[in-house]
Design a binder for this molecule. Structure first.
Ligand code: ADP
Length: 159
């Protein structure tokens, strides 16, 4: 069983994340989309909201499981018997941070391999942060996120 973990904040999940998940699924028997609990980051959507939005979208894809984790990613990977970590690479701006993370994770556990996947070009400029910014200004985000996410954003911003 080839299993991979796709970790992230998913605050909220976008079409870019879903594109990466679809690509990863072709390479692995199971993909675990894992939402990180991070006490330092103050998320816009609560952990439960982020998990629910993932369950409604990525969770509907075959062989994709939604999970959450706290602590070191390599520990979670070991517990789940996953041999790979998936990360999405958009532009040069992602590279430095991702490179550092990948090499640090390798130091922590050499058995866990990081695999970078590039999304479809039109998603290379897409991030959860920019989607929240557009939605906060009343812009239409429906071509960047699944319908349930657009709805959740509208609900938050029209309160
Ligand atoms: P994190 O807080 O870990 O960066 P994100 O939810 O922002 O969490 O992203 C999780 C992963 O998905 C990261 O590897 C990020 O580079 C990647 N990612 C985010 N948006 C996109 C996108 N539009 N296309 C490809 N990869 C993406």
């Amino acid at each position: 069983m080839r299993r991979a973990i796709y970790p992230g904040s998913f605050d909220p999940v976008t079409d870019g994340h879903l594109d990466v998940i679809e690509r990863a699924r072709k390479l692995f028997d199971e993909v675990i989309v894992a939402v990180a609990h991070n006490d330092e980051k103050q998320p816009f959507f609560s952990l439960e909201e982020r998990l629910d939005l993932l369950r409604e979208t990525a969770g509907k894809i075959d062989s994709v499981r939604i999970a959450q984790f706290k602590g070191l990613l390599v520990d979670f990977a070991r517990a789940e018997k996953a041999g790979a970590v998936i990360r999405g690479l958009r532009a040069v701006s992602d590279f430095e941070f991702e490179f550092q993370m990948a090499l640090m994770n390798r130091k922590l556990d050499a058995a866990v391999e990081t695999i970078f996947l590039m999304p479809k070009e039109e998603y290379t400029y897409l991030s959860s942060r920019i989607v929240k910014e557009i939605a906060s200004l009343g812009g239409d985000v429906s071509s960047f996120v699944p319908a349930c996410v657009a709805k959740a954003l509208n609900r938050k911003f029209t309160r």
